[in-house]
Design a protein around this ligand. Structure first.
Ligand SMILES: NC(=O)CC[C@H](N)C(=O)O
Length: 307
């Protein structure tokens, strides 16, 4: 079970779908990615890693960072405060949609996985300055991945910062409604750096493993986050992890997972292992088209659905 040869074969199969996808270019620096890239790592609790494709490629977290920021903020502020500012319901809308913000009363983003909700979460990262808040988040990411060398791509952060007009609009809306009260440019600085944290799919898989193990690092036995925090994060991965494709994903794949527009996917198979994928060709909902296919093949072959 889970042999490298088998994974390589799945990668080749899934790669065929790259031609139906498109690399994200609304963040100009992401447009440079090669749509035919596809790599995967499976991280097991005994330390074994099975991988396929070029796993030296680095992927920026983008929306995958939302799940990690949420874990940190739940620890910083507690459930009650966090869910006062952001809801728990899927939207059925694209990740960057502004539409529901006007419909829901009192105005608060429906969940922390859409951009509006993620901006509210990033706003709640504790610290005296943007630099200190980012450093805390980065240290947490490094700890989860067991890799102290992880950093962020200045190029991608800068590229998003210069073009994130829609995210700025979301911020101003949230500020008007008292969900955030900090300077929008500062929040955008922090958020774009958060999204630009980069790592390989092996690092992604290791973070997925920690979530799979209910927040416990199986190599140090350290509880990286309370059980409840890991449970909340995994629940959001199931209900909103791949935005408005989450329903279909639950039926076809059924593994808690979080995607990002860079083409990364982090998945946690509860009690068993973590998966990291990088495939930059995206489908029309902003999820890796090859990565989703790959996960589907793996889930069906190994019966990994939690349902
Ligand atoms: N879906 C995503 O990965 C979105 C993240 C991206 N940084 C944005 O805010 O637009």
């Amino acid at each position: 079970m889970y042999t490298k040869a088998e994974l390589e074969q799945f990668v080749e199969q899934a790669k065929q779908y790259a031609r139906y996808g498109k690399v994200a270019d609304y963040i100009p620096a992401l447009g440079k990615a090669d749509p035919n890239d596809l790599s995967i790592a499976i991280y097991l609790p005994d330390g074994n890693v099975i991988d396929a494709g070029d796993t030296t490629h680095k992927v920026t977290l983008q929306s995958i960072s939302k799940i990690i920021a949420l874990a940190l903020v739940l620890m910083d502020r507690g459930e009650q405060e966090v869910f006062r500012k952001v809801g728990m319901e899927p939207t059925g809308d694209p990740f960057n949609s502004i539409a529901k913000l006007e419909e829901v009363q009192p105005a608060k983003p429906l969940n922390p996985m859409i951009n509006a909700g993620a901006l509210a979460v990033t706003h709640m990262i504790a610290g005296a300055s943007v630099a200190e808040r980012f450093e805390r988040l980065l240290q947490f990411v490094r700890k989860l991945a067991g890799n102290p060398t992880i950093t962020y791509s200045q190029e991608v952060a800068q590229s998003e910062f210069e073009t994130a007009f829609l995210n700025r609009s979301l911020c101003y809306f949230l500020k008007q409604h008292g969900i955030i009260n900090e300077d929008v440019e500062e929040l955008m600085d922090l958020y774009t750096k958060q999204c630009a944290i980069e790592m390989t799919c092996i690092d992604l898989a290791r973070i997925g493993l920690v979530f799979a193990m209910d927040g416990c690092d199986p190599f140090t036995d350290e509880q990286m986050m309370p059980l409840d925090v890991a449970r909340i994060c995994k629940t959001f991965m199931v209900t909103c992890g791949v935005y408005n494709a989450s329903g279909e994903f639950a039926i076809k794949i059924g593994i808690p997972a979080k995607s990002g527009v860079s083409g990364g996917i982090l998945a946690a198979v509860p009690g068993r292992f973590g998966i990291g994928i990088f495939g930059p060709a995206l489908d029309d909902k902003g999820n890796s088209i090859t990565g989703m296919k790959l996960l589907e093949l793996i889930s069906k072959t190994y019966s990994l659905s939690i349902f």
